[in-house]
Write a protein that binds this ligand. Structure first.
Ligand code: TXA
Ligand code: MG
Length: 324
């Protein structure tokens, strides 16, 4: 098992490990990240190794301030406006790499663009102290549920990493929104903690969707965020032996027969539902039911990210043996 340290005690040990090219699991406002110095190729390679990530997808680069961000990528007017509106926060902006940047090519999978984000809280402080950016995917084994608590990280990766920094439960609960900014448009690559509407409103233009090619869309592999149990979506009738992931105050028919029930948000609040999503999936998975039945969740606002993750959790696993 990894060492788990509270925030107050974690800064110096975390810095020491990162300086030595080792990994540290850190809290962010979205999910826990498995962090390494983004300028150190061996350190970054350890991320893929520890996660058992079967292919080198590009990783998000986390920065502490705008100056660091602009030393890595070229910001245009739209990108600056997004950073001003949403950083620090759960928004990743994909931009052209700047000449002379120090990011190791393993981080960007050899692309000429980079995904940048400035996290809230401990991570940002850590990066500021380190003086270098951190690459950090979610701190879980490849294809599994993203961790929203230090214990969830330890359960999954505890044998493979030395230190988990415990910042309590994350408050957004789903990964950052990823947008790609080009001179022509701002395109949504992954729905997440900031809604497409918020982004559109900040820019005064609509956010483009869909049509992203190849690696550009994260989790192109449909199966992702997968619990051991099968996942059945939009249920209107519970089947025997199922656990129930509920939403709102109206129960699906047969709900009383559920092996276990957890409600993402009894009041139907999407923010609360996002924050509870991964922890509830993990808890229902632990019950050992054959399937987790999920009640319908509205698709607007944060519902887009929640439904995106649930669809990946429910996707056939065999058809996609190589999830991110
Ligand atoms: O909330 C989050 O974003 C979390 C926390 C830990 O910060 N991090 C996270 O990182 O989800 P990660 O590395 O799992 O996200 C990587 C996704 C990839 O699947 C990839 O598709 C997208 O970000 N990405 C990264 N760089 C990209 C690029 N240059 N172009 C397009 N997509 C990129
Ligand atoms: Mg992940």
């Amino acid at each position: 098992m990894a060492r788990i340290l509270p925030l107050e005690a974690a800064l110096d040990p975390a810095l020491e490990l990162l300086e030595a090219g080792q990994l540290v699991a850190i809290p962010t406002e979205t999910v826990y990240g498995l962090a390494a110095d983004a300028t150190n190729g061996e350190a970054v390679a350890r991320i893929f190794e520890a996660k058992g990530r079967p292919r080198f997808n590009p990783l998000i680069v986390h920065v502490s301030d705008l100056e660091m961000a602009e030393s890595i990528a070229v910001f245009d007017e739209k990108a600056r406006r997004l950073a001003a509106a949403f950083w620090p926060g759960p928004l990743t902006i994909v931009l052209p790499l700047r000449e002379g940047h120090a990011i190791h090519p393993l981080v960007t999978a050899g692309l000429d663009t980079v995904g940048l984000r400035m996290p809230v809280g401990f991570g940002r402080e850590l990066i500021g102290r380190l003086g270098r950016p951190l690459a950090a995917p979610s701190a879980n084994m490849s294809g599994r549920i993203s961790p929203t608590s230090a214990k969830a990280v330890d359960d999954d990766l505890g044998e493979r990493i030395e230190l988990v920094v415990d910042g309590g439960a994350t408050n957004v609960g789903v990964e950052s929104t990823i947008v790609k900014v080009t001179p022509q448009e701002v395109r949504l690559l992954r729905p997440g903690g900031i809604t497409a509407d918020d982004i559109g409103a900040a820019l005064g233009v609509a956010v483009a969707r869909g049509g992203a090619k190849g690696i550009e869309a994260p989790g192109m592999m449909a199966s992702h965020y997968a619990p051991d149990a099968a996942v059945r979506l939009e249920v209107s009738q519970l089947r025997d032996g199922e656990a129930l992931l509920a939403f709102g105050d109206q129960r699906t028919s047969g709900a009383e027969r559920a092996v276990a029930t957890l409600n993402l948000s009894p009041t139907g609040n999407l923010r609360e539902a996002a924050a509870n999503l991964y922890a509830h999936l993990k808890a229902l998975d632990a019950v050992g039911a054959a399937a987790i039945a999920v009640e319908p969740i509205p698709s607007g606002g944060l519902g887009e990210a929640i439904n995106d993750r649930l669809r990946r959790a429910a996707a056939p696993r065999d058809a996609h043996p190589q999830p991110e």
